[in-house]
Design a protein around this ligand. Structure first.
Ligand code: EPU
Length: 428
């Protein structure tokens, strides 16, 4: 086991290249099995979630050639093998195997997914969609079994706007007979990315990126090549780090439109942001203003950036209120930030951050992916050394984090935990 050491106080300057979007990649890889021939995916982030999914595909008979940021999936020999346990438990996105296998084979058995613990994360809307398409769904010993004689297009209204349910229903519906209409669909850019891949495979999908998606079922899907969109959450994380510690940071390979809500909030705080076609230039301000933030579905402020921006707000003058309307328990980073000297109170779904405080280095633990990113930013801002454990969460979603930060001038490195430290981390 390792820990990340961050010596705070070093200004960030220079440029950082943003990788492909994790939350696209984890849906595109399962989607690839639906084709009859090879699917090549480019601009993949080099993160452990991608490795896990590639292995999962191999478990069911796919041949996967994976080299850095490119992957080719040969799905010709994929079989509808039940996956009740094992790797599926490692990441939440393994639920996309349900839609992909149901769509391809009309049956699937997938263990209930793992992933970040952000409070209850039901998948009732996914199941509602699968049932509407004609699948019989049962929960047997912690695994979801889906069986259908035929899949038929249906009109499905999502009671909760859900990224996962929207994508999963698209996957199950592209080969169903007739027309499927998903109403109150989520509009995240990753949904458009998945629809783009499926369309290149021969699917007929209209309206991805709006709240009504129309799908006409097709009989066959063929191989294709696809390049993943840039990761807007990784970009937002570096924007926040630059706002915290940056003199002048250039963030390359972004789609500025995907970053409008974080750009607007940082500007409100006093950060200077210039936007180009596919890059952003960030210059921070010596005095940052407090702001209130409410996370919302896209194009509102992304819940995935709530934890990182909470850290930045500790250095703003005055009180900020951050409310997470998507997840009610995404505040596990707050206890760790308090240990570093932050003045934050959590009341229900809101965090009240009183600034300005100067954070102090401490030993902290990442409880989930974005909490990890938040603690890294806290470490960059803090006086002294911050030691962060729980790196397996960070490695699920941030490609080459240390290398990218070091290139910007940060002082970060990994160390192996002593046996005593390992025992301490494991005991919580
Ligand atoms: N929800 C339901 N029922 C459902 C599905 C969702 O009640 O059937 C609720 C959830 O409990 C939550 C809300 O709806 O309160 C949103 O959940 P959603 O389904 O949109 O989330 P998700 O698809 O499971 C994806 C990202 C998350 C990101 C959310 C919201 C992936 C693999 N994960 O999760 O990303 O926070 O959308 O934007 O795409 C992350 O990257 O750190 C991460 C957690």
């Amino acid at each position: 086991m390792q820990k990340l050491m961050v010596k705070g106080g070093y200004p960030l300057t220079g440029r950082v290249h943003i990788s492909g979007a994790k939350n696209s990649a984890v849906a595109l890889i399962p989607a690839a099995i639906m084709a009859d021939s090879a699917v090549s995916i480019d601009n993949l982030p080099q993160i452990s979630d991608v490795e896990t999914l590639a292995s999962l595909l191999e478990d069911i008979g796919a041949k996967v050639s994976h080299d850095g940021t490119s992957m080719t999936v040969h799905p010709q020999h994929v079989i509808p093998m039940p996956l009740p346990n094992g790797r599926v438990k490692k990441l939440r996105a393994s639920y996309y195997m349900m839609g992909a296998m149901l769509g391809k084979f009309k049956r699937a058995a997938i263990g209930l997914p793992g992933g970040c613990n952000l409070g209850p994360r039901p998948i009732d809307q996914h199941i509602k969609g699968f049932e509407a398409l004609g699948a019989k769904v049962t929960n047997e010993h912690g695994a979801i079994y889906l069986r259908a004689d035929r899949l038929r297009g249906a009109r499905i209204y999502l009671d909760v706007v859900s990224v996962g349910a929207t994508i999963n229903i698209m996957l199950a519906a592209v080969k169903a007979e007739g027309r499927t209409i998903i109403e109150n669909a989520a509009k995240e850019p990753e949904i458009i990315d998945v629809a783009t891949l499926l369309s290149s495979m021969g699917a007929n999908i209209k309206g991805a990126g709006t709240n009504v998606i129309r799908i006409e079922g097709v009989d066959k899907l063929h191989g294709c090549a696809h390049s993943i969109i840039p990761d807007r959450i990784e970009a937002g994380t570096y924007m926040i780090a630059a706002a915290a510690m940056g003199q002048e940071v250039l963030i390359n390979n972004v789609i500025p439109d995907h970053l409008e809500s974080i750009t607007a909030k940082l500007r409100e705080m006093g950060v200077e942001i210039e936007t180009g076609d596919d890059q952003l230039r960030i210059r921070t301000s010596p005095v940052l203003n407090s702001v209130d933030i409410k996370t919302l579905v896209h194009p509102g402020f992304a819940t995935d950036l709530q934890q990182p921006i909470t850290v930045l707000l500790t250095s703003a003058q005055g009180t900020s209120i951050v409310t997470d309307t998507i997840y009610n328990a995404r505040f596990k980073h707050v206890d760790e930030l308090r240990r570093m000297g932050a003045d934050i109170k959590v009341e229900g779904r809101s965090a009240l951050i009183n600034g300005k405080t100067r954070l102090q280095g401490a030993k902290v633990k990442a409880s989930d992916l974005r909490a990890g990113a938040a603690l890294v930013i806290a470490g960059l801002m803090a006086e002294g050394i911050t030691e962060i454990t729980g790196l397996e969460h960070i490695d699920r979603g941030y490609e080459h984090l240390e290398e990218k930060l070091i290139a910007l001038g940060a002082n970060v490195w990994r160390e192996t935990l002593t046996p005593e430290e390992t025992a301490q981390v494991k005991s919580g």
